[in-house]
Design a protein around this ligand. Structure first.
Ligand SMILES: NC(=O)C[C@H](N)C(=O)O
Length: 509
């Protein structure tokens, strides 16, 4: 059957720089195998000018189209006119072996068109790396830096890897709502919605929704509903927290990957599922030879190289984790986590370990049973003591939200107070990467916990229905997506792995 016009027009996507380079080198290899001279490869590339070096008779421009490869364009005669830093260009020419260092092929340009000019003196993104805080001021243009472009591609690849893992394990992706009248975590960190603005008359219009509404802090409660029908569900959705934290690990708007599993009877089983997911996803990134995985590994190497160069100067684009191992390769920490079982320890045992350490080398905050673990405690556990991801389980009940199931008998009997069947998954350099729990699935116990937390039964009636009709033991977890991207890439601040970061005091763009 002949393709329709609409189908043939789908071919309007021109080859990317990456594809053009790949096909030119494949042609050269084939010619070498056949012991014949490679025919020159005529091609057209589109992109933005990253740098220009002009000599008397020739100019060299690096042209990047975001595909993960850039090309060195050799411009002779009048072809270099208007080719300035930041300009968008279309170049027609021949890809030939390069005489310069740094690239195998270069584009000998026959014809050049400037599509969108750029004043190089006014253009904020210079070839020389800019400090991360300066780039955040130009978040709309920082995609043009090698670092941010590579981070965006890795972020994309990671999301697809997780989606694939979940699909392979028969989880259903559900989009949980952003607008909600519940506060899942009960921490009072919600952004509320102003539903009606005072009008010109005394009669204020009725509110849009009958109840106060806020932006979701977590999709968990909503995700539990489909889990009681689909069995396994997950979401990668935006979450919002109005916490004034100014740390490198907090954003006011972030993405959260949350998963929920029915018919898991105890915490150990839930940890097994979470661990299999994390390690499975890393294996895809490390071992697969898909185009996605190959490009992600190249990007991780590129990000690390940039950070190494900038590390020698003053804080360039690549702010790294404080305790990132400078001598390790960019994939080493991923390989270690993929191939080594994650450590598991109860909160009670972790506090004892921390107390021993505190006696020898004091922390700023003394570890005390009943208090949350501070970030320095978390980093010591994952970074120094276990030197890898560690599940800390069974925290004191008063530290945790209403929906968690009490601990199993073993953990409960070893603790000096009531604990819940939950975990925080700590990663080196990051601290808390994910948190989850078994959920209280017994109706009466859940109602009692809600009463203790001052939650209105009327408001959470729908959630209680899940316990009234066909309740099952279940559990789940949530992971801060930007923390995951930071840990994988080695980038030290969540503001630099999201397209447009929002934090207390900053919502530009
Ligand atoms: N889905 C989860 O278990 C995440 C949890 N609701 C949190 O926000 O920490």
């Amino acid at each position: 059957m002949r393709p329709t016009r609409a189908l043939s027009r789908a071919n309007a996507l021109t080859p990317t720089v990456r594809a053009a380079l790949a096909s030119a080198s494949a042609q050269a290899d084939a010619a070498a195998d056949a012991a014949s001279a490679p025919g020159p490869s005529e091609t057209t590339v589109n992109g933005w000018v990253r740098s220009v070096r002009a000599h008397k008779n020739v100019a060299f421009a690096e042209v990047d189209d975001g595909s993960g490869a850039s090309v060195q364009a050799v411009l002779k005669g009048g072809t270099a006119d208007g080719i300035t830093l930041g300009a968008s260009v279309r170049l027609r020419g021949t890809l030939l072996p390069s005489r310069g260092r740094g690239q195998a092929l270069e584009l000998q340009v026959a014809e050049a068109a400037v599509l969108g000019p750029s004043d190089p003196d006014a253009y904020p993104i210079q070839k020389k790396a800019l400090p991360a805080p300066v780039l955040r001021e130009h978040a709309h243009l920082r995609f043009r830096t090698t670092q941010t472009a590579a981070v965006m591609r890795v972020r994309d690849a990671l999301a697809r890897d997780w989606h694939d893992w979940f699909e392979d394990h028969e989880f259903v992706h559900v989009h949980t709502p952003v607008l909600t009248s519940s506060d899942c975590e009960g921490a009072g960190e919600v952004f509320t919605i102003a539903q009606s603005l005072p009008g010109p008359t005394a009669d204020a219009p009725p509110p849009f929704f009958p109840r106060p509404t806020n932006l979701s802090v977590s999709g968990q409660l909503h995700l539990e509903a489909p889990t009681h029908a689909l069995g396994r569900a997950y979401t990668l959705s935006p979450a919002f927290r109005a916490e004034p934290s100014m740390t490198s690990r907090h954003l006011a708007e972030f993405y959260m990957l949350e998963a929920e599993v029915a018919f898991v009877d105890e915490l150990g089983g839930l940890l097994d599922v979470a661990e299999a997911a994390f390690r499975g996803v890393l294996s895809r990134l490390l071992a697969y030879d898909s185009r996605r995985a190959v490009r992600a590994r190249a990007d991780l190497t590129r990000i690390a190289e940039l950070a190494a160069v900038e590390g020698e100067g003053e804080g360039g684009e690549g702010e790294r984790h404080a305790d990132a191992d400078a001598d390790a390769g960019p994939l080493d920490h991923l390989l270690a986590a993929a191939t080594t079982p994650f450590a598991r320890i109860t909160y009670t045992d972790a506090v004892a370990l921390l107390a021993d350490e505190h006696a020898a080398v004091p922390f700023a905050h003394a570890p005390t049973w009943g208090d949350g673990l501070s970030s320095e405690h978390e980093k010591w556990l994952a970074g120094t003591h276990f030197n890898g991801p560690v599940f800390v389980t069974d925290y004191p009940a008063p530290l945790k939200p209403f929906y968690m199931l009490p601990s199993g008998p073993e953990a409960a009997s070893a603790a000096p107070g009531p604990t819940v069947a939950c975990f925080d998954l700590l990663f080196p350099g990051i601290g808390e990467m994910a948190g989850g729990s078994m959920r209280e699935h017994r109706l009466d116990e859940l109602r009692a916990r809600m009463a203790e937390h001052g939650l209105s039964e009327a408001e959470y009636d729908w959630y209680l229905d899940l316990r009234r009709f066909g309740s099952v033991a279940h559990g789940g977890w949530g992971m801060g997506w930007e923390r995951w991207v930071c840990w994988v890439t080695g980038v030290g601040n969540v503001r630099d792995v999201v397209a447009f970061p929002r934090w207390a005091g900053s919502c530009r763009f």
